[in-house]
Design a protein around this ligand. Structure first.
Ligand SMILES: NC(=O)c1ccc[n+]([C@@H]2O[C@H](COP(=O)([O-])OP(=O)(O)OC[C@H]3O[C@@H](n4cnc5c(N)ncnc54)[C@H](OP(=O)(O)O)[C@@H]3O)[C@@H](O)[C@H]2O)c1
Length: 260
């Protein structure tokens, strides 16, 4: 039985990960801001799988969020075998028209807290000679997305960080995997004010369960990254075959398209 810490476990892909690990009888620790949603999740995991889930409310948009989460687990004498670094938010619009504080919060969650959590949890994993980290990136980890500039840059950071650290950790028994999903049916588009866009069309979205299952398989196979779905994988290959400026124009037109 593994102990699995999942950030952003209250909905979407994080919730699907929590259900997946609970199904396998692993001990799950659910972290995100919404205490009520986390408690509901914990009750559901008990009812469905007989698994006791620990809940830790934490705001990863605060720079001390990762330390508070790590300290709480130390107080409880709990060591995590698996860290699912999933919490993330998006944004939509021209960078120069964005609310700077909201964009900075997003960067804190998607970039700084994600990296900080790795720095807090990896030393113990390396000392024990075993551990798994999964960082949730995106297909946008592979190319720039106008109208979501900071978001796509934040996800490029996630992939770059993962690839570099995966290399550093060779021979330690600890692995790091980036999960890079395409558009997935979660609360993400509503929260990112993108729910009128074609990209958020429910008919074309992948299910969070499928995304989590593919992430889990890649994690267990110790892969450095995985892109769920063949079409999504093809998209991520575009910068290898087309000029980067052309790919950037295409990603903008995809994001601009409205649902009919
Ligand atoms: N959906 C997609 O199309 C898609 C595609 C590619 C990548 N992703 C990535 O997948 C990951 C999960 O997103 P999702 O699609 O499952 O969206 P979601 O349903 O909106 O879930 C986001 C999760 O992050 C948590 N979160 C947000 N801000 C937080 C904060 N300040 N502190 C702690 N937790 C916070 C939320 O919980 P609380 O609100 O309770 O804090 C929630 O549990 C993100 O990293 C996202 O970038 C999503």
């Amino acid at each position: 039985m593994k102990t699995v810490l999942i950030t952003g476990a209250s909905s979407g892909i994080g919730k699907a990960f929590a259900e997946l690990f609970a199904q396998k009888n692993d001990r799950v620790i659910l972290a995100s801001r919404n205490e009520e949603k986390l408690s509901r999740m914990a009750r559901q995991l008990w009812d469905d799988y007989g698994v006791t889930a620990l809940t830790i409310p934490v705001d990863l948009a605060q720079h001390n969020g990762p330390v508070l989460l790590h300290e709480r687990l130390k107080e409880l004498n709990i060591e995590s075998d698996v860290l699912i670094n999933n919490a993330g938010i998006g944004s939509f619009g021209l960078l120069h028209e964005q609310d700077a504080s909201a964009e900075l919060e997003m960067l804190q969650v998607n970039v700084l807290s994600l990296s900080h959590l790795m720095m807090l949890f990896l030393p113990d994993m390396v000392r024990r000679g075993s551990g798994y980290v999964l960082n949730v990136g995106s297909t946008t980890s592979f190319y720039a997305c106008p109208l979501s500039a900071n978001y796509s840059a934040s996800k490029a950071f996630v992939l770059s960080l993962t690839e570099a650290v995966a290399n550093e950790l060779q021979g330690t028994g600890v692995t790091v995997t980036a999960l890079c999903p395409g558009a997935t049916q979660t609360d993400f588009f509503r929260r990112s004010r993108m729910d009128g866009q074609k990209i958020a069309d429910p008919k074309t979205l992948m299910s969070p369960q499928t995304v989590a299952e593919m992430g889990y398989a890649a994690l267990m196979k110790k892969k450095t990254y995985v892109v769920p779905g063949f079409q999504n994988w093809l998209l991520t290959q575009a910068p290898r075959f087309f000029p980067r400026k052309f790919v950037t124009r295409i990603t903008r037109s995809v994001l601009e398209r409205k649902q009919q």
